[in-house]
Design a protein around this ligand. Structure first.
Ligand code: ADP
Ligand code: MG
Length: 863
């Protein structure tokens, strides 16, 4: 191995302190990576791998580093930035030090962030069977925490992490081998998870850390005591932020500790199944409820909408207050349009405030803040007139005045350009700038003086980068050069001189240059520090803007999609929806094609609490189920709902157990997942809950599935008495008898051998599963369909009564199989039909279906 150079030795020393991070090592105009970092990053970012003294190395230009850092952060990497400190050594080694660690959860530059989503950093701890979870958005200062019993860890931690979806999570070393935690992490795909020694999570120290941060005597105003489980993770996060960002975070001024009961409880899989903020297909926002209601004009509003959808309210007064504000906009569409226009163009005041607090804001940020506040000051009065309450506007006026007077209208982002502070703000600075500005005329005056004195008419003062200023005299005039000219350089046709006076002038110019840079820097920091006093005010203002943005965005959705204000009541157990629609499906169908449907449920002892919905595949059962869950959720965020009218008792939980989704990739059997989630519903639903069960029991054999579905239904009906929508393809369930059951089915019209799905929910039970019809829709060849029809009729005749159909099919299938093997009595055709009839379309992936069709085709081709 080659001898280690001093630079590599220095690198190794620093890297040893940051073993888990990618180390960006500043060398001149580049950040270099070495060894394992270089190998990994060159692969990740597609960079050329070179070598230095036998060490693999790759580099990125300093000025373009943000793009690369952004990409690494997205992959969950943490980047330690080692800068050159102090004088750059001409010889020997320049000192280098890590000035900050950029991590996915503590990044502050807009290049690394998604404007419309919070950038949460989370931490969870377990102590004495209590779980504490805290999460913070460093860019905005939002800080939240909650706690729960370890027994419900699996459910609650997944639920909470699911709705805050942190970019980064930190856990005590002790949890590294906790199976429950690992299962949750695997299901949530958080890209950056790191572990710290357990002693970092000491409650006492963390408590003191929080007290210090919030500048309070104790934490009682945040409902925290020294033994609260939230204290350790919250306190740790503050330390972690300080260490990684290497700057104060005074904008984190408090923590909101919340309890489950304040919001609608929805487990993580229910949230996913309802596709609230991300869809099931690719996790993006397309075809989600969020996309449907989000017309936010500002990033702050965009974040708040997500928040409201993730934390629906359970308090009637709070819901009604939001509704009232939505109503204001709905009542006056012209006012709505005006406000939407005024909000447009307001930049992210909340994150700008964060940048000010963390000493990251530059002059352009301040101008952006000023312009945004000015827009807001214009928008406020008319909103106030309509009953919106805001904090006093005088601080906003002070802030805008300060920036207006102090900061250049079109400032530079770096201090070296001398374009930060506005003229008139500092006399001293203006003096120096005048010297700089007037320098050319001063020079010209001096040149003229020398021309007069020497009689050299074409004498000129010029400058070049490396020679500085000089007097140029052409060769023909050299005899006239006076003695006070000092030779600098001889060229072919001219000589270059300087003089004492010229040197003085030049010095003054250089001095003014560095003075200007220094003064601009100091004055700017002074202004920015002055603005720090207003961080809390700016955060409040940002929330007010976000509130107007979200309520007007809800109103916008309500007006353009024709939604109504639901009547909400905290005491009532009813759920009445007239002509309800699915907000997302409706948007993606041609106008007027969506068929609205009613629902009326009353939970508790009287009335129908349980809707049993039967109907063939593709009839619209799942859509109907989900639309009602979404209506409940929208209503409790304060939004209007897609219906003609709605009267809704407030629900405490929404469960949505849909189908047997394919979780095999995550190492759990679909059926086990299905049953785990069903168990959760049975354990925690109350008579105020809304339970959506779509095809429960489908993941196992028919007998098992039917029996489970039956028993689950009975428990929901007799014990829990919650509002339930239960869709099933087990027609046998329609024989379940109970006063609280409302039998519903999807209307279908038969037209010869074709059937038409009317998508209308009607009273009654569906008698036919129309599976063969669906097989035809799927493109099964007509002869096969006809044969299937024949077999079905025969089976039905044989069986006589419907209850035995499934049994008959099964025995028939088994017998046929046996016969085939025995003597080939069945034709290929019949084999195929058999297989079609016994295949479980609901649980078939498109790939498996294709393979099956190809198999059938092969066997039929070979006839
Ligand atoms: P099921 O659960 O009964 O198999 P789905 O609810 O999945 O049926 O609906 C199948 C398709 O029918 C949906 O993708 C949607 O395009 C359409 N659909 C469902 N309900 C309606 C409706 N009320 N109006 C119009 N189209 C609907
Ligand atoms: Mg369905």
């Amino acid at each position: 191995m080659a001898e280690e150079t001093p630079i590599i030795a220095q690198y190794r020393g620093i890297k040893a302190q940051y073993p888990d991070d990618v180390l960006f090592f500043r060398l001149g105009d580049f950040y270099e990576m070495f060894n394992e970092d270089a190998v990994e990053v060159s692969r990740l970012l597609n960079l050329t791998l070179t070598h230095r003294a036998d060490n693999p190395m790759c580099g990125i230009p300093y000025h373009a580093s943000k793009i690369y850092i952004a990409r690494l952060l997205r992959m969950g990497k943490r980047i330690a930035i080692a800068e050159q400190i102090g004088e750059i050594a001409k010889k020997g080694l320049t000192e280098r030090k890590v000035v900050e660690v950029i991590t996915p959860g503590t990044a502050t530059e807009s290049e690394y962030l998604d404007g419309n989503a919070n950038n949460f950093l989370a931490c969870a701890c377990i102590e004495k069977d209590q779980v504490g979870l805290a999460y913070v958005d460093v860019t905005t200062g939002e800080f939240r925490a909650t706690g729960f019993n370890e027994k419900s860890l699996r459910e609650n931690l997944a639920k909470e992490l699911g709705r805050c979806s942190p970019r980064e999570i930190i856990l005590p070393e002790g949890l590294r081998s906790n199976e429950n935690v690992n299962a949750i992490l695997a299901s949530l795909s958080i890209s950056s998870v790191s572990y710290y020694p357990d002693w970092h999570f000491n409650s006492k120290q963390c408590y003191d850390r929080l007290v210090k941060q919030f500048k309070t005597a104790n934490l009682s105003s945040f409902s925290l005591t020294e033994t609260s489980p939230e204290v350790a993770p919250a306190g740790f996060l503050l330390d972690y932020i300080l260490k990684t960002t290497n700057s104060e975070s005074d904008h984190i001024k408090g923590i909101s500790v919340y309890r489950d009961s304040q919001f609608v409880i929805m487990d993580d899989s229910s949230r996913r199944n309802l596709e609230i903020t991300s869809n099931l297909r690719d996790g993006s926002v397309q075809y989600t409820l969020l996309e449907c209601v989000n017309n936010a004009k500002t990033a702050m509003g965009g974040r708040l909408i997500r928040d409201w959808l993730s934390f629906p309210l359970t308090n009637e007064e709070q819901i009604v207050s939001r509704q009232n504000h939505v109503q204001v906009f709905v009542d006056s569409v012209s006012f709505l349009r005006k406000v939407r226009e005024q909000l447009d163009g307001i930049l992210d005041i909340e994150r700008l405030a964060g940048r000010i607090a963390m000493d990251r804001a530059h002059a352009k940020d301040l101008q952006a803040l000023k312009n945004s506040l000015n827009l807001w000051l214009k928008a406020r009065p008319s909103l106030e007139e309509k009953g919106f309450g805001f904090s006093d506007s005088s601080d906003a006026e002070k802030i805008t005045a300060l920036i207006e007077n102090a900061i250049d209208d079109d400032p530079a982002t770096v201090f070296t350009e001398g374009r930060i502070i506005k003229e008139g703000w500092s006399e001293e600075l203006d003096e120096w700038k005048k010297i700089q500005r007037n320098f050319n005329s001063v020079l010209e005056e001096y040149a003229e003086e020398e021309r007069q004195q020497t009689g050299i008419q074409n004498l000129k003062i010029k400058n070049t980068g490396n020679l500085g200023y000089f007097i140029e005299v052409t060769k023909g005039k050299l005899d006239k050069v006076p003695s006070h000219f000092i030779m600098k350089r001889t060229l072919v046709n001219a000589d270059r001189y300087t003089t004492e006076k010229l040197q003085q002038l030049e010095e003054k110019l250089n001095e003014s240059g560095s003075k200007i840079i220094q003064l601009e820097h100091d004055l700017f920091i002074e202004v920015r520090n002055e603005l720090k006093k207003y961080v809390l005010y700016l955060q409040q203002t940002a929330q007010e803007i976000a509130y107007c943005d979200v309520t007007s965005s809800f109103a916008d959705a309500s007006v353009s999609h024709g939604w109504v204000r639901p009547e909400i009541s905290g005491n009532s157990r009813e759920f009445l929806v007239e002509e309800g629609r699915h907000p997302v499906v409706e948007q993606h169908l041609p106008k007027g094609e969506f068929v609205p449907n009613d629902l009326s449920l009353y939970s508790g002892d009287k009335g129908k609490s349980f809707a049993l919905i039967t109907g063939p595949n593709m009839a619209g059962k799942s859509t109907f189920l989900r639309q009602n869950a979404l209506i409940a959720l929208l209503a409790q965020t304060g939004c209007f709902v897609p219906a003609k009218s709605a009267r809704l008792g407030i629900v405490d939980r929404i469960f949505c157990r849909v189908g047997a989704s394919d979780n095999l990739a995550k190492g759990e059997s679909t059926f086990l997942v299905e049953m785990t989630e069903t168990a959760r519903i049975l354990r925690s639903a109350t008579d105020r809950s809304l339970v959506i069960m779509d095809e429960v029991g489908r993941g196992t054999s028919t007998e098992d599935g039917l029996s489970i579905a039956w028993a689950v239904s009975e428990h929901l009906l007799n014990t829990l008495k919650c509002k339930t929508l239960f869709a099933t393809h087990y027609h046998e369930l329609t024989r379940l008898e109970h006063d609280s059951i409302s039998q519903l089915c999807m209307d279908v019209s038969e037209n010869g051998k074709d059937i038409v799905f009317l998508r209308k929910v009607i009273q009654g039970a569906s008698e036919n599963s129309y599976g063969i019809h669906v097989a035809r829709l799927a493109g099964i060849p007509e002869p096969v369909i006809e044969r299937a029809q024949e077999i079905l009729e025969k089976i039905q005749l044989d069986a006589g009564d419907e209850a035995n159909v499934i049994e008959t099919v099964k025995t028939a299938a088994a017998e046929k199989k046996g016969l085939t093997y025995a003597g080939g009595l069945f034709s290929e055709e019949e084999m195929v039909i058999n297989e079609i009839l016994s295949s479980d379309l609901d649980n078939m992936t498109p790939m498996a279906a294709l393979q099956a069709i190809s198999r059938w085709k092969k066997s039929l081709d070979g006839r």
